[in-house]
Design a protein around this ligand. Structure first.
Ligand SMILES: *Cc1c(COP(=O)(O)O)cnc(C)c1O
Ligand code: SF4
Length: 349
């Protein structure tokens, strides 16, 4: 039940917050008192537009071009560099031969789980995004009935994952209708929502949304996407408390990103703050080799000491699983350093 001190928001709050979001690099820089000089390498006309809600911009330190939240959202000239090995679709989600793309809007790569593209839109444009080049026009939300039909016909599906874009950018009626349609498929037991909105636009947690989630037949999990402890504040705490009271299981996934969170103290602090706000760490993703994101990239050798330090200092339940996604894989692939040590021990024995 919803207690009075955990109040969801009115539906107009997030809509107006989104309308006022920063869409021009110059306006964001002016707000943050950061000079737009050439040395800062800012791209004022990026192909992948800048989009930053004001509530998120408020969590960025004034005057600091290196701020870890700013670096996630500010368009830089380095995005226009081409690096060998960094491609448009590293996961080959557009490759029909790997079994994707048979039904528009559905990615069925793993057993028992299907991922549904609900909307191409996001409330924030993350510069490291692996879907920044996704062919959303081939996966139109109006095809949702086709996706639902395909799920209805495949009784091996136990879990429907709502992804995007950001599924919570659908309006309250749209989400309620979609969850009702999925609830009607008796073989589906779980609905998982992957959304960055509880972090970047917490006002999205409205009374209607909370009611929809609380009354669903399927068990609801929400995987939020937070990469840095500075992203968490009283507003995210309020949103997450509302979701928990609606019976939603809260998990977090992060991407390991150079210049943003590639140090153990930051990630340990993130895990602890997430838990304070009722969220368990789920995955820490190695970055994908997406064109335009090479400046964020870390390899396994760089990731290893960071992850080892996390493992030494965190209780097991606060340690996210370090994984990467490989095209054609049957699941996320664990990045397993311990195994390497065993292998080298065997090799030298
Ligand atoms: C990541 C992913 C999933 C979910 O994988 P989990 O390990 O269950 O979190 C499902 N489908 C697709 C296409 C994915 O990329
Ligand atoms: S919210 Fe997710 S899908 Fe949207 S831009 Fe950021 S990383 Fe990409």
């Amino acid at each position: 039940m919803i207690t009075p001190n955990h109040n969801p928001w009115h539906p107009n709050d997030w809509q107006s917050e989104l309308k006022q979001a920063f869409r021009q690099p110059k306006a964001l820089l002016a707000y943050l008192n950061i000079p737009n000089d050439a040395a800062n390498g800012i791209d004022l006309q990026p192909d992948f537009a800048l989009l930053v809600p004001r509530g998120y911009a408020q969590r960025i330190e004034q005057g600091n071009i290196q701020d870890p939240l700013l670096r996630q959202v500010l368009s830089l000239q380095s995005e226009n560099e081409r690096t060998p090995g960094f491609v448009v679709d590293p996961l080959q989600e557009g490759n029909a031969e790997l079994g994707y793309g048979q039904t528009p809007g559905l990615l069925h790569k793993y057993q028992g789980r299907v991922l549904m593209i609900t909307t191409p839109a996001c409330a924030i444009n993350c510069r490291y995004c692996f879907r920044r080049h996704f062919p959303y026009t081939d996966h139109k939300p109006k095809d949702q009935h086709l996706a639902l039909k395909a799920i209805a016909q495949d009784t091996s599906i136990r879990e429907v994952i709502l992804s995007g874009g950001d599924p919570l950018l659908m309006n309250d009626d749209g989400i309620a209708a979609l969850i009702r349609d999925i609830d009607a498929l008796a073989h589906v037991r779980r609905i998982r929502i992957h959304s960055r909105l509880p972090i970047v636009l917490p006002e999205r947690v409205t009374t209607d949304l909370v009611t929809t989630l609380a009354s669903a037949r399927c068990k609801i999990t929400m995987v939020i996407h937070s990469n840095h402890p500075n992203e968490l504040n009283e507003t995210t705490q309020r949103a997450l408390a509302c979701l928990r009271e609606a019976g939603v299981t809260l998990l977090n996934q992060s991407v390991l990103l150079k210049g943003i969170n590639n140090d153990a103290p930051t990630l340990i602090h993130l895990s602890e703050l997430l838990f304070d706000q009722g969220v368990l760490p789920y995955y820490l993703h190695m970055p994908d080799r997406v064109v335009g994101t090479a400046h964020f990239y870390l390899d396994d050798l760089e990731a290893q000491p960071i992850y080892e330090a996390m493992r030494e200092q965190l209780p097991g339940y606060l340690l996210p699983r370090l994984v990467r996604e490989l095209p054609g894989g049957i699941a996320k692939t664990p990045v397993n350093f311990a195994q390497k040590q065993v292998l080298s021990f065997q090799a030298s024995a």
